[in-house]
Design a protein around this ligand. Structure first.
Ligand SMILES: [Ca+2]
Length: 340
């Protein structure tokens, strides 16, 4: 009987103890060091006992004549090393060092463009004295009557030249150009969308999903994303717009649009037309066999609407021509103009 009681007490103690430990989350310490002659780091309180998973914010403030280079320490991603203020979820003891360096050289960020046609957002306060390693995001802002054209010059990031926002790390003197183009003559416009306010009539062709997204855009904030269905036996085409009510028979039009995909391998993409002139017609207006990933690519071509057009369909669409289409892609800046 006495033995049984002891066992019961022991069980009670063990269960209480383990139960209680659950109330106390693990804590970690965050130690931060830096050279005080070069700068300062703003530290939040309680860094010796940080609860597991807490996000800690550290801001490095260089003294005059110095700049923040990076954080040093185990457990930081490459992106976090350059982040200032640094925000990190603490899941282990951390020993970090803020590295500052003396400003011995500055660089020039020079962008040539026609100020009559537009401007640039995001330029450093003094583009002739940019601290090494500064990251800038430049956005081309066309004036009324103009549109974004292209970035250029040897220092322009090649994969971003066709989009209105570019990210540049100033680690040398940078010389780039920006061109704007004239907005199309309104009398010639049949279809003109950057998907900024709606999908403008673009719908799936077959089983894919077509939705407006902000994760990629050639200009503005939006594009449409085409995501193939993964269902067995689903037929994945692409995305289309029906221009039957906008086009006139016998007239010639210029069709254009921009497409982006993020695959490492080039992919084939075709801009096509579908209509009926007594028989179903599928016309390839522009076929790009090797469309590279990670960059916006332009499709363009002319086509004359046949005199004997019948039915209710004159569809413009983008579609990879392979049977088993699994490509996720984005479309932006579609323009259909009456040819001159
Ligand atoms: Ca857009």
């Amino acid at each position: 009987m006495k033995k049984a009681l002891h066992l019961l007490v022991l069980l009670l103690v063990v269960s209480l103890a383990t139960g209680c430990f659950g109330f106390f989350k693990k804590t970690y310490s965050v130690k931060v060091s830096w050279n005080e002659e070069h700068g300062d780091v703003e530290l939040p309180a309680g860094l010796d006992k940080v609860k597991d998973g807490t996000v800690v914010k550290l801001e490095a403030k260089p003294n005059e004549g110095f700049y923040f280079v990076e954080w040093k320490g185990e457990g930081l991603t490459d992106a976090q090393k350059k982040q200032n203020p640094l925000q990190i979820a603490v899941k282990q003891n951390l020993e970090l060092e803020a590295i500052f360096a003396e400003i011995t050289v500055t660089y020039t960020l020079n962008v040539e463009y026609d100020a009559e046609q537009g401007s640039i957002e995001g330029m450093p306060a003094d583009p002739t004295k940019v601290i090494p390693g500064t990251q800038v995001t430049l956005k081309a802002v066309p004036k009324e009557g103009y549109r974004f054209g292209q970035w250029g010059g040897d220092d322009a990031p090649e994969n971003q030249i066709n989009q209105d926002r570019v990210q540049i790390t100033v680690d040398k003197d940078i010389n780039i150009t920006l061109t704007f183009v004239e907005a199309p003559n309104r009398d010639r416009v049949v279809h003109d969308t950057s998907f900024e306010s709606s999908a403008d009539g673009w719908v799936p062709r077959g089983a894919p999903t077509v939705e407006r997204v902000t994760e990629q855009a050639r200009t503005g904030d939006y594009s449409i994303k085409v995501t193939p269905s993964s269902e067995q036996g689903a037929w994945n085409g692409g995305a289309l717009v029906n221009l039957f009510d906008q086009v006139e028979v016998g007239e010639k039009y210029v069709f254009s649009g921009w497409v982006y995909h993020a695959e490492s391998e080039p992919k084939r993409m075709v801009m096509q037309l579908h209509y009926n002139d007594g028989g179903e017609q599928y016309k390839w207006v522009h076929d790009i066999e090797e469309m590279p990933g990670g960059v916006w690519t332009k499709f363009e071509g002319e086509y004359t609407v046949p005199e004997n057009l019948v039915g209710s369909v004159f569809e413009l669409y983008f579609e990879p021509p392979n049977d088993k289409n699994e490509l996720v892609f984005y479309i932006d800046d579609v323009l259909v103009l009456k040819a001159e």
